[in-house]
Design a protein around this ligand. Structure first.
Ligand code: SF4
Length: 254
């Protein structure tokens, strides 16, 4: 069976959006400024984008704030067709540690990452419904380190959950015609993506250099920071200079 082409699926949605007579709204979950750079140049051509920086996985408040400020700076400086705004929810690391419990030793791309994706995408779906966005998406599919098929499956799961919640509300005794307040068609839809395709990842690296964006060398959580340090030490022990190790492609979100 052929693997799904999420890039093409996104292009089909964009073509339908462009054929419409209005510009829809989209809530974009963003992990950091470098991953958002190319993604915003694509999506803000077709949508009014609100960026949601929901990342309780990040190691500590200082790193969280640093990435958030860099993201806001990017949004302020990046020329785009339609206006982009940013929402930064409060930093609540306990939400990440709750889903990561027992998975601390998992490697990147393992079960901890799956739960981390689910936490962030479920929150994004609910927030998209709360703010009345018509679509939601994530920057995470730009990373060559991340499983786009898994991310897109979780995105579809998050969309389905919103429909299930609405149906359950409608089934409650006494809900009656209240379902008309929130018809299923008005719930946000997940926009599939694989932003790294068609040179997307390379373009995000180029834009990061153009805008001088802070690029972290680990994905985000304390466990990925620990693993990145171990990798660096192993490379140094194998004879690579610290400068050569630092130049290599980051192992994290970007
Ligand atoms: S490595 Fe990245 S995706 Fe995986 S749990 Fe840590 S922050 Fe989340």
């Amino acid at each position: 069976m052929n693997a799904r082409n999420y890039q093409r699926e996104m292009e089909e949605v964009l073509a339908r959006v462009d054929a419409g007579d209005r510009v829809p709204t989209l809530l974009l979950h963003a992990c950091c400024a470098p991953c958002s750079s190319f993604v915003l140049t694509v999506l803000a051509e077709h949508f009014r984008v609100t960026v949601l920086y929901y990342n309780p996985n990040i190691t500590d408040a200082a790193e969280f704030d640093k990435r958030a400020k860099e993201l806001q700076r990017l949004v302020d400086e990046l020329p785009v067709r339609y206006p982009v705004s940013v929402i930064v929810p409060e930093y609540r690391p306990e939400e990440f540690y709750e889903i990561a419990r027992g998975l601390e030793q998992e490697p990147e791309r393992g079960r901890r990452c799956e739960q981390c994706f689910r936490l962030r995408l479920m929150y994004t779906a609910r927030e998209a419904e709360r703010v009345g966005a018509e679509y939601f998406a994530t920057t995470l599919t730009i990373s060559p380190q991340k499983d786009a098929a898994l991310l897109n499956a979780i995105g579809a799961e998050a969309e389905a959950l919103l429909f299930a919640d609405t149906a359950a509300e409608d089934d409650k005794p006494g809900s009656g015609a209240e379902s008309e307040e929130k018809p299923a068609g008005s719930l946000p839809k997940y926009l599939p993506s694989d932003f790294k395709k068609k040179g997307g990842y390379a373009e995000s690296v180029r834009l990061s250099e153009v805008y001088g964006l802070y690029r972290q060398n680990y994905c985000g959580c304390a466990f990925s920071k620990r693993d990145a340090a171990l990798r660096d030490r192993a490379k140094a022990a194998a004879g690579q200079s610290p400068a050569a190790v630092a130049k290599q492609e980051p192992e994290g979100d970007l």
